[in-house]
Design a protein around this ligand. Structure first.
Ligand code: PLP
Length: 370
């Protein structure tokens, strides 16, 4: 099996699993319980919060653990004031876009920030957003499909001077680029564990000022400063913390390795006739390449690669039984036919050069045989 879909999810790191196991077996106490077994679980959550805080340059108290990136995004958008409008970029993940559309259906104004042909949010879109004076602007840091990285710090600075709150979905950026919450200058930032070799179903919302900023979606016990009720998923949080610690230690090494693999990959891909690398010359995540191949159906290609034991992702999503081209590529002005030919290759820390060569070989042969 050659796994080239790390933006969808990553395999759990052995060291992460090892850190988690005691909290599934031995230390099963409820972290809210006052006796020793509970306190051990509570301390483990505190330690994980510190590990994640260190990776993104915040105080541990600024982190609210959630049930994943989707929940963190929903929680961030739920901070919108009752009368305020909202602006989100046109290329957001569904876990931002869907709650944004829901808020619109509830009567909030919704503006979509346009992107250019390289998938970058434009200055004119920001100027327009400022003139609409929304309560919140949500812009992802790195796109899950193209890997394109936005200049969030630059835009957050402009929006903040107009009193507009800024949220960034940094789920894909975490562990792949240095990430400093304060340097980004946003008010809210979403993270997810399973994109950084941690367990699924665990994420976090980072807040500039926890108490002042958000309304809980889940009501119940007072967990997570009263902002996310429910007994904590201790083992998953411990795993997320460990994954964050490893990401911090190994960031530079992983970056160098992934860059080498991506360079090899792009070199091989560029020899394939009719193949376009989307946003090729734009700053992108070092592990991500999205391509369109003339005359090819991306999903069909994905299935044929799967038969060869290779996992990649296609650029189209299934909506109401019909395959639609990726909204991200459509927002970049890519023709629907080309968008439907897209596949995304996202490499990870355990991939090898031999796997990249094998992928290129199989891809070429599948394209040649039609
Ligand atoms: N945001 C982005 C950019 C993503 O790529 C994903 C995962 O696919 C999410 C949010 C959702 O995260 P989770 O799977 O933890 O809910």
């Amino acid at each position: 099996m050659i796994y080239l879909d790390h933006n969808a999810t990553t395999p759990i790191d052995d060291r992460v699993l090892e850190a988690m196991l005691p909290f599934l077996k031995t230390f099963y106490g409820n972290p809210s319980s006052l006796y020793r077994l509970g306190r051990i679980a509570g301390s483990a959550i505190d330690a994980a919060r510190e590990q994640l805080a260190a990776l993104v340059g915040v105080q541990p108290g600024q982190i609210i653990f959630t049930g994943g990136g989707t929940e963190a995004n929903n929680l961030a958008l739920a901070t919108l004031d009752p009368q305020a409008g909202l602006a989100v970029s046109a290329i957001e993940h569904p876990s931002v876009m869907e709650p944004a559309l829901h808020l619109k259906s509830q009567g909030h104004e919704l503006a979509l920030l346009k992107v250019d042909a390289n998938g970058l949010i434009t200055q004119s879109a920001i100027d327009e957003a400022i003139s609409l004076k929304p309560g919140l602007v949500s812009m992802m840091l790195a796109n899950n499909e193209t890997g394109v990285i936005q200049n969030i710090a630059h835009y957050a600075d402009q929006l903040k001077t107009h009193g507009i709150k800024v949220h960034t979905d940094a789920v894909q950026a975490l562990g792949k680029i240095p990430l400093d919450f304060n340097r980004l200058g946003v008010h809210l930032m979403s993270l997810s564990s399973h994109k950084i070799y941690g367990p699924k179903g665990c994420g976090a919302l980072v807040l500039e000022k926890p108490a002042a900023l958000i309304k809980p979606m889940l009501l119940g016990g007072g967990q997570e400063q009263g902002l996310r009720a429910g007994t904590e998923n201790v083992a998953a949080i411990v795993g997320f913390g460990k994954a964050a610690e490893l990401a911090k230690i190994e960031l530079a090494e992983r970056h160098a390795r992934l860059l080498k693999l991506r360079t090899l990959l792009e070199h091989g891909l560029s020899a394939i006739p009719g193949l376009t690398i989307f946003a090729e010359r734009t700053e992108r995540l070092v592990n991500t390449v999205q391509v369109g191949i003339q005359g090819i159906d991306g999903e069909m290609l994905l299935m044929r690669l799967d038969q060869k034991g290779i996992a990649v992702s296609s650029g189209s999503a299934c909506a109401s039984g019909q395959r639609e081209p990726s909204p991200v590529l459509v927002a970049m002005g890519i023709e629907p036919a080309q968008a439907k030919s897209a596949i995304r290759i996202s490499v990870g820390k355990a991939n090898t050069e031999a796997e990249i060569f094998e992928f290129i070989k199989q891809l070429k042969s599948l394209i040649e045989t039609g």
